[in-house]
Design a protein around this ligand. Sequence first.
Ligand code: FAD
Length: 358
Amino acid sequence: MERLVGEKKRVIVIGGGVGGSMISQKLQNDADVILIDPKEYYEIPWAILRAMVQPSFAERIVVKHSDYLPNAQIVTSAASGITETDVLTAQGHSIKYDYLVIATGHAHTGDSTKAGRIHHFQAEQEKIKSANSILIVGGGPTGVELAAEIVVDFPDKKVTLVHRGQRLLEFIGEKAGKKALNWLTSKKVEVILNQSVNLDSQTDGVYETSGGEKIVADCHFLCAGQGIASSWLKETILRDSLDREGRLMVDSNLRVKGRSNIFAIGDITDIPELKLGYLANNHALVAAKNLKLLMSGTNKTKLSTYTPAPAAAIVSLGRREGIIQIRCLTLCGRIPAGIMKSGDLFVTKSRKERGLKS
Ligand SMILES: Cc1cc2nc3c(=O)[nH]c(=O)nc-3n(C[C@H](O)[C@H](O)[C@H](O)COP(=O)(O)OP(=O)(O)OC[C@H]3O[C@@H](n4cnc5c(N)ncnc54)[C@H](O)[C@@H]3O)c2cc1C
């Protein structure tokens, strides 16, 4: 991938999740965009739990990068290094850049092909369908949303949710946690708080909690929060740009502090706000605008600034209901959270934003 004089500026985007897919799509006609991602597809993260109970949903939420990036190059590999001029890939390639965008929010642990990923969702649904009792470990948004998907689609299954924290949904307010607890228990989910489960100690379908309780379950799902995928940056020129939590420190224009041609967007940044996909999208729009300005030679003082967003989140509870928190207001039910999110899970919106049919 050598450069020719007079060509468009090259922007390398590392990470094909929410932020990386969005910024690549926005820049592909203005720059020589190369997206580096270990998997061949973008997956809408907040819709994967629905795909676990309804695998046909996966066809719409797993989108090959090449489908929405006809004018960009895709490198299916992890990035393993960055120098002042090049990105190094795990496959041993070295690719030159003019501008760089780091968007490696979380490592993807699933299959690298779309076909493999869809097969995974079919297998997950089989696992749920064939179980009478299911243990979910983790009471953050993933555990709560998965428990809700299962009890709404399979109301006869016995679902137990164990969470080591004092309350559910600790990433948002206490009221949201209480409403989630009430909703789940009203659907006969057994919720056990302040305890953990050693999954390795399971024998013959009996799990033991840290408090000595025995849980009988035919299968389990581990829904623990994922760490930030930034350890690979520790051996690069950006090692001193990481804060204590491993997040990249950015300025108000979303450039890595002290770097004129390297941006960071999404969950990997140290922006003081909730780590959410719709915010990663917003970062991508601001960074894309700034990259276009820089590539056109505009004065650096004209760059757009990003303002951290106030806390707002929606947790879906199956296909019709949900919990919404906006600042200090928290509501549970069909209106407005269920109507806003739970039916389509923003899949149509996410696809349209990337130039795809709904
Ligand atoms: C179950 C669930 C439900 C959620 N619900 C919501 C919701 O309702 N609303 C909302 O706004 N947010 C929601 N979120 C949060 C949202 O998904 C994240 O905030 C968002 O994905 C962050 O986007 P990102 O681009 O920073 O990182 P990610 O989307 O995590 O993407 C990171 C990308 O980087 C790639 N990568 C990692 N390491 C490397 C490397 N070394 N080289 C190259 N590529 C690499 C990965 O393969 C991945 O493609 C939810 C998350 C989950 C898991």
